[in-house]
Write a protein that binds this ligand. Sequence first.
Ligand code: AMP
Ligand code: MG
Length: 426
Amino acid sequence: MSKAPIPLEDARAQVLAAAGELARARLAEDGAIETAAIEQALGRTLAQELRAPHPLPPFDASAMDGYALRAADVAEAGPQSPVALSLCGEARAGHPFSGTLQSGQAVVISTGAMLPVGADAVARLEEARREGRHVLIDRPLRAGSDVRAAGEEVAPGEVVLAAGRRLSPVELALAAALGYARVPVARPPRVALLATGDELLTPAAEASGATLGAGQIFESNTYGLAALAQLAGASVVGRSHARDEREQLAEALERTLAADVAVICGGVSVGPHDHVSETLAALGVERRFHGVALQPGKPTWFGVQRSRRLVFGLPGNPVSALVGFVLFVGPALRSLLGADPVPERLQARLAEGYRKQPGRTLALRCTLRQEAERLVAAPTGAQGSHLLSSLRDAQGLAILPAERGELAAGELVAVEPLAPWLGWRW
Ligand code: AMP
Ligand code: MG
């Protein structure tokens, strides 16, 4: 960290600029866009807009079970003067009535059935009285009553889903309603993860017989980071662990750098055993920044390979690593997918006064609740970067400005919601 830490906004702008460049380079390659069967497309990101090949609904249809008729025939109908229409057939869902409805006639119709030619309204079954081959209507109906008009939802050619949209269950149902069996989706960026630290033992190693020695802890960061990367739409192609030892680290880094996005956690600070920064430089990764005026996440490192691929060095503290993903890596992945990189910030009132160190932006882990007309952000207790539980119940990161020292209860703050990163739709 040779220079002064840069502001969060600048760091993010640099990440997004580099991600934009890589996104353009990827688009120029073949295979940047794939097609996926809609059964397999949940969570994928649309690479091209989807237009409606036909209107929705595709034809005028009944919204109710009842009787299709001409509104003009029942204009004078009243409780004392019901109009009798003669039933001349039936229209069922999938089985249209083949004739043309004449004045004085009605057709028994089901929900979703095509409205017969000549009809312009539907009287509901429960509001009409059937008498043999006739139906009695005792009130006037507007033309269009209980009719779903062709194209009322979507006109032919209309853009129904924009490029960059994440395919959630609703998008998939909509694509199917338009007849799409396959959809164009962005090729997922390939992410490789590397945890560094002599003290780390993976839970899998313990499960297969290794034991946690004195001073050792379980490696947990790559599990959270891999899950976050997958939820952001990336594919995790590598996950490894290296000791704080130059040669082994260089080897592991080289493998990690083969991915579109390399995420290294731990060893990026200034301690005597933190070798990540110098090793990345030795491997030819161009440093864009090292050090962000941010809590947690001060030692965050970011650079770009000659191939434009992205390299992130996140601090090893579990909260710093996951928050670093949310603030930097995730937005880069979303940008590579052609999606909006960051969720819209919310405005909330601080539930309590908060004292922070001036000079660094604080990403305060908060719960969010609606109180009358306002959203209230309450810190999730102690905020140490090693306390994963501070993130467990958090729903947002309140971004407390660098220049501020003390914030009062009730102050309005910007909050980056966490839900989008944790799998909810945005
Ligand atoms: P470092 O960034 O390497 O200085 O690590 C900072 C703190 O995070 C230390 O307490 C490490 O033991 C811890 N740490 C580093 N990497 C991991 C990891 N992958 N999983 C859990 N804790 C970690
Ligand atoms: Mg370390």
